[in-house]
Every structure is written in structure tokens, then in C-alpha cells.
Design a protein around this ligand. Structure first.
Ligand SMILES: Cc1cc2nc3c(=O)[nH]c(=O)nc-3n(C[C@H](O)[C@H](O)[C@H](O)COP(=O)(O)OP(=O)(O)OC[C@H]3O[C@@H](n4cnc5c(N)ncnc54)[C@H](O)[C@@H]3O)c2cc1C
Ligand SMILES: Cc1cc2nc3c(=O)[nH]c(=O)nc-3n(C[C@H](O)[C@H](O)[C@H](O)COP(=O)(O)O)c2cc1C
Length: 599
């Protein structure tokens, strides 16, 4: 018999389907038919050999776009917020019968974008308006000429950000305009969420699920909602009033740094954490600063104001609920407009980034020369945001306690000394025994590997914090993996944080090696990246043997310099080209062997 081609075989098998089955199908209602269509598409997808025999890839694509919408949920996330939203969105869509693929921007292939009828991007912004680490390559690719046409595709973008940064939600904005340029059409409008993103993000994802249901009626019904299903006893919204046990200064007299070790009691909270997680702290604003702001505006401290459906005295509201140290462009522009201040407009247009580094609301008010009602002031200010501190203890070694390591921030400008909101509160306004509102912020992307793996930790300054936790954890677990620490700070005599502990770890063998860089102890500055380069052959050997590489601390200079040094080591020690070195680093990221906690 003459052999049939795949199309002929498919047609023959289709006409062989018995009449009874076709009769049953014709009796089904619309939602049952849609369910069946999705079910069959799923079966076909799990059996690619059969699918390829009947339909061409492009026809399969049309099919999935036509009968059952196939959505890509793509997240670009550094500390896990965007990832968490993406995961709950996937649960919600899947429960409504929408086929979805959830992918990190680290894993997605550019060419695969066009396989989807809908692309949902949930992206945070980091650095100074930069994409999260895992998104850098995809970000560059999607903005490049290599990006595929996305005609006929729909998209939706959710941005997570912080409006106190100059480039608010920049990554989400860039992804949105790149998708538009490639021909995709927005299904719903992009939303840029500020630090208080939970409710807004929930509303947006609910709107998106509704919009998808409009183009694809629900097939499976399940009560699952977009809401996060994991419930912790205490959270950002419902923090635990913990007791501050110990405040200990780590840097010695004469240091240019003012660094502290804090121990906080979590007893009775049920709160737990892992190495790599951060502690969220809700701090009150400085009383004197609040008084100064109200005096500048001639506002009576007990004037009543409304905020989020509640009434407060303006003084109380400014102390506990509103941001008064971190500036944002919108605030300066609003005050410039109200007071007609040319000087303020000039700041926003020319040297905004420099200005906000050491100026606060009170300084802007002094230039603005405005009169405001208490409620007008409240309307201009952002809600207070909690500050995060990398946890520097292991709960296994310190049951029911959490430790953090922080710099007290202080800077002087033409009007006086300005303090960091939370660091000043924690180190100057609280005393041992006082209460502080805290919660645990998980960081899925900064985690210890299994106990047999070697780790290289680069943590200068307060960047040492999570590595103190890592070392304690490895000690508690009697982990066999080797541990190498690079630490740096200005001077050996005053700034060797946790020196005694680290030396003890070195002696016990827990620390295989420690390399320190005290930048100001000699004429020529030496930093951790220089120590890495000096140890290039050994670093390379550790990496080739499977070591995990961690970086924590200053984002703006240190983390960038360390990455450059690492690339150079990969290039030179491994005889790689620049492109190969970049690819090696990308593979490290994919295997979670290059992790950063930078701020
Ligand atoms: C995931 C994560 C982990 C962190 N871990 C730690 C940690 O372990 N230890 C730690 O000390 N900090 C850590 N931080 C930073 C911390 O959250 C705060 O941003 C920092 O303490 C400043 O907060 P503040 O309220 O005291 O100052 P803010 O009121 O937020 O800032 C006050 C002023 O200081 C300026 N300013 C802000 N940061 C700096 C800076 N670094 N140097 C100079 N001026 C600055 C601002 O421009 C502003 O004008 C972490 C941040 C993140 C996101
Ligand atoms: C070090 C650091 C830098 C940041 N830079 C920006 C920025 O430039 N623009 C912005 O809108 N948000 C910025 N953010 C805020 C984050 O985007 C925001 O916290 C977001 O919720 C993080 O989501 P993720 O956990 O998915 O990464 C920054 C946050 C950190 C910790």
C-alpha cells in the first residue's frame, strides 16, 4: 500500500472518529466545549510527535491563539516581589483554565515571545533605573534589532518600583514601550506601583484576569483568587512589636563610619527567617524634624488631618506614617509650582540626583517659601516605607532572635545635619528594652547552597551582614563546604567589623580563607575587587570546582567593580573571550551560583 503523508493520516484518523463521540460532543454546552478544547490541546501538547504530524508549527500557534489563549507570564525580579506576584497570577489564570507559562527573564528565549497570544511582564527596577540582574540580557535583547515582530500579540505590563528613585519603574516602562514597538497591543494599561504595591498590584492582576476572561471565557471554575495564599503571622502590613535587646557600636572612635550591631527579640512572634533574608523595620520619624517642618509652614501640630480614611493630628501622622527624609521629583515639582520657586524648578531640571543625596523635605520647604494647610501638606507626601536590613544572624544559633548590622547615616548641608530616617531612629532614638515594629522580608534569590558546596562571599562594610548569618548557619549544620570571605572597610584599627568572631571562625576552620581590604591603611586605595584579582587563579579554581559566588553591600560602585573583576578573572584564567566570559557569568546566574544582595 502506498504510504500516506502525515496530513493524509490525520485526515483519515479524523474521519474514523466514531459517530457516537461526535454525537456526544454536539450535545455539550459552550463552557464544556471550551474545557474539552483546552483538554485536547493539552493532550496534543504533551504528545508533540502526534501534533507535528497533523499541523504545522505556525498552524499550531494559530490554534493556541484562537481556541485557547496561551499566555506567557514573565517576571524580572531581584528580591522576589515581582516573582511572587507572577506566581500568584499564574495560579489564578490556570485555575480559570488559561494555559500559562511562567518564566524568569533569565530563562526566556527572545524568539519564543512570538509563540504566545498574550505576554504579561511583571518587572521591578533596581540600581539607578536599571533592570534586575536576571533581566539584563533579556532587556538588552528585547530593545535590540534582533527582537521578533509581535504583530497580533497582546501584552500587559506591571511595574514595581519606588518613586523616591529618580527613574521610577523604568524597567517596566522600557519593556512596555519595547513590546509596543514590536507590534504588540496592550490588553490593559501598564501600572507603575510604588513601595506600597500589594493592593494596587492585586487590583491590576484582578483587572487582567477579567480582561483575559473577556477574550477567553473561563473553562474551569475554581475558587482560587489572585491573593497571595501564603500567610505569615506577622507581615509588612502587620509588623511585630519586638524588643530591642542590644545596640552595640562596631566601629571604633575615630572611624569615618558609624556602624552598629543590633539584637532584636522575636520571642512569641512565631517569626522565622533563613540566611539571606532581610528584616523590615518600621521606624518613626524624628520628633524634632517633624516640629521643624510644621514650624516652617506655620502649621499647628495638633491640626486634624485625614489619611487613608482615618483621622490623626498632623504631628502624629508626620511622625509615624509619612515619608519626610527621602525626596521625590513629584514633591519638589509640586512645591515649586505652589510657591513659584525658580530655584526648585532648576533643581529638578539640572542637579536633582546630587541634590536629593543630602537634602530632605525641610530643605525644600526652606527654598519653596510656601504656605500650606495641614491637609495640603499631607496630600503631597508619600506614605512612609519600611527600611530593610540584611539579617546577620542564623536562627539556629540564636533561637527567637534576629541580628542586623547597620550604618547610622548622617550628612551635612547648608541648613544643618540631616539623618537617615531608620538608621537614626534605631541607633539614636531607641534604647535597649524599647519596642520596634519589624517583619521578615524573604529573599528567594540570596540563599545558601547545599552544605557540601563551597562559597565565596564578598561583603565589604555592612555587606558582611548576611555572611555572618551564612557562617553561623554553616557552623550550626556542621556543613562540609569550604567558605571564603572577602571583607573591606576604610581602616583595620577602627573598622574590622566582627573581627573577633571572624578570627575565631578562621581558627576553627569554618572559614577556609579570609582576604581583607582596608582601603585607607596605605597610600594607594585597596578594595575587595583588588583582592579578588590578586587571588584570580584560586577564585577561578573554586568556580570551576562548583563554588557559589555571593556579593552584598554597596550597589553603586562596589558591586559593579566586583562584577568587572569577576568577568576579568573568568576571561583571563579560563582563556575566554569577553563574550564567553559574559556567557559563563550568565550560566553561573542561571545555576544560582552568582547571587547579589546589593543596595
Ligand atoms: C535588601 C536590602 C538590604 C539592606 N541591608 C542593609 C544592611 O544590612 N545594613 C545597612 O546599613 N543598610 C542596609 N540597607 C539599606 C537600608 O535599607 C536603608 O536604606 C539605609 O539604612 C538608609 O535608611 P535611612 O532610613 O537611615 O535613611 P533614609 O532616610 O532612607 O535616607 C536619608 C538620606 O540619606 C541618603 N542616603 C541614603 N542611603 C545612603 C547611603 N548609603 N550613603 C549615604 N547617604 C545615603 C538619602 O539620599 C537621604 O537623603 C539595605 C537595603 C536593602 C534594599
Ligand atoms: C537597591 C535598590 C535600588 C532600586 N532602584 C529603583 C529605581 O531606580 N527605580 C525604581 O522605581 N525602584 C527602585 N527600587 C525599588 C524596587 O523596584 C522595589 O523595591 C520592588 O518592589 C522590588 O521588586 P523585586 O523584589 O521583584 O525586585 C530599588 C530597590 C532597591 C533595593
Amino acid at each position: 500500500m502506498k504510504e500516506q503523508n502525515p496530513l493524509q493520516r490525520a485526515t483519515a484518523s479524523f474521519t474514523n472518529i466514531d459517530g457516537e463521540l461526535l454525537q456526544k460532543v454536539s450535545n455539550l454546552g459552550p463552557s464544556e466545549l471550551l474545557f474539552l478544547a483546552g483538554y485536547c490541546a493539552g493532550l496534543a501538547e504533551h504528545s508533540p510527535a502526534q501534533l507535528n504530524a497533523v499541523v504545522t508549527p505556525s498552524a499550531a500557534n494559530e490554534l493556541s491563539k484562537g481556541s485557547q489563549l496561551k499566555a506567557l507570564i514573565l517576571y524580572a525580579s531581584q528580591t522576589g516581589n515581582a516573582q511572587e506576584i507572577a506566581e500568584s497570577l499564574q495560579q489564578s489564570l490556570e485555575s480559570k483554565g488559561c494555559k500559562t507559562n511562567l518564566e524568569s527573564t533569565l530563562d526566556i528565549k527572545l524568539a519564543r515571545l512570538k509563540d504566545y497570544a498574550l505576554i504579561v511582564v511583571i518587572a521591578s527596577t533596581h540600581g539607578e533605573g536599571e533592570p534586575p540582574d536576571d533581566a539584563i540580557d533579556f532587556y538588552e535583547a528585547v530593545l535590540s534589532k534582533k527582537a521578533p515582530s509581535l504583530n497580533g500579540v497582546k501584552h500587559a505590563v506591571l511595574g514595581l518600583g519606588d518613586s523616591s528613585y529618580e527613574f521610577f519603574c523604568q524597567t517596566a516602562k522600557d519593556f512596555d514601550s519595547a513590546l509596543l514597538k514590536l507590534g504588540s497591543v496592550p490588553l490593559i494599561e501598564r501600572l507603575d506601583c510604588d513601595v506600597d504595591y500589594q493592593q494596587e498590584a492585586l487590583n491590576w492582576t484582578t483587572q487582567l484576569v477579567g480582561a483575559i476572561a473577556d477574550i477567553q471565557p473561563p473553562t474551569l471554575t475554581s475558587p482560587a483568587t489572585v491573593e497571595n495564599i501564603i500567610q505569615f503571622p506577622y507581615s509588612k502590613e502587620k509588623p511585630f512589636a519586638a524588643t530591642l535587646l542590644i545596640i552595640q557600636k562596631l566601629t571604633a572612635r575615630g572611624s569615618i563610619k558609624d556602624t552598629y550591631h543590633l539584637e532584636i527579640d522575636l520571642a512569641g512572634s512565631g517569626l522565622s527567617y533563613g540566611p539571606g533574608d532581610a528584616l523590615g523595620v518600621w521606624a518613626d520619624n524624628d520628633k524634632a524634624l517633624v516640629k521643624e517642618i510644621l514650624a516652617e509652614l506655620n502649621i499647628e501640630s495638633q491640626a486634624r488631618v485625614r489619611f487613608k480614611d482615618e483621622e490623626f493630628s498632623v504631628e502624629e501622622l508626620l511622625r509615624k506614617k509619612l515619608e519626610i527624609t527621602l525626596l521625590n521629583k513629584g514633591l519638589i515639582e509640586a512645591l515649586a509650582t505652589v510657591g513659584g520657586s525658580q530655584k526648585l524648578l532648576e533643581i529638578t531640571e539640572t542637579y536633582y540626583s546630587d541634590y536629593i543625596r543630602n537634602h530632605q523635605l525641610i530643605d525644600v520647604l526652606k527654598l519653596a517659601n510656601v504656605t500650606l494647610e495641614a491637609q495640603q501638606l499631607v496630600a503631597m507626601l508619600k506614605p512612609l516605607k519600611p527600611r530593610l536590613y540584611s539579617i546577620s544572624s542564623s536562627i539556629d544559633e540564636n533561637p527567637e532572635e534576629v541580628h542586623i548590622t547597620l550604618n547610622h547615616l548622617q550628612d551635612e548641608n547648608e541648613n544643618g545635619i540631616r539623618y537617615g530616617q531608620a538608621s537614626h531612629f534605631l541607633t539614636r532614638q531607641l534604647e535597649e528594652g524599647d519596642k520596634v515594629n519589624v517583619y521578615v522580608e524573604r529573599n528567594k534569590n540570596f540563599k545558601l547552597p547545599s552544605s557540601d558546596k563551597a562559597i565565596i562571599m564578598v561583603g565589604p562594610g555592612t555587606g558582611i551582614a548576611p555572611f555572618r548569618s551564612f557562617l553561623q548557619q554553616r557552623e550550626a549544620e556542621q556543613a562540609k563546604g569550604r567558605n571564603w570571605l572577602f571583607f573591606g572597610n576604610p581602616n583595620f584599627n577602627t573598622d574590622f567589623l566582627y573581627q573577633t568572631e571572624l578570627q575565631k571562625h578562621l581558627k576553627s576552620g569554618l572559614l577556609t580563607q579570609i582576604d581583607v581590604a582596608f582601603s585607607r591603611d596605605q597610600e594607594q586605595k585597596i578594595y575587595v575587587q583588588d583582592r579578588l584579582r590578586e587571588n584570580a587563579a584560586q577564585v577561578w579554581q573554586w568556580l570551576e570546582q562548583g563554588a557559589f559566588f555571593y556579593v552584598c553591600g554597596d550597589m553603586s560602585r562596589m558591586a559593579k567593580e566586583v562584577e568587572l573583576a569577576l568577568l576579568q578573572i573568568i576571561e583571563q584564567q579560563g582563556n575566554n573571550t569577553q563574550a564567553q566570559a559574559k556567557d559563563y557569568l550568565k550560566q553561573l546566574k542561571k545555576q544560582a551560583r552568582y547571587q547579589r544582595d546589593v543596595y
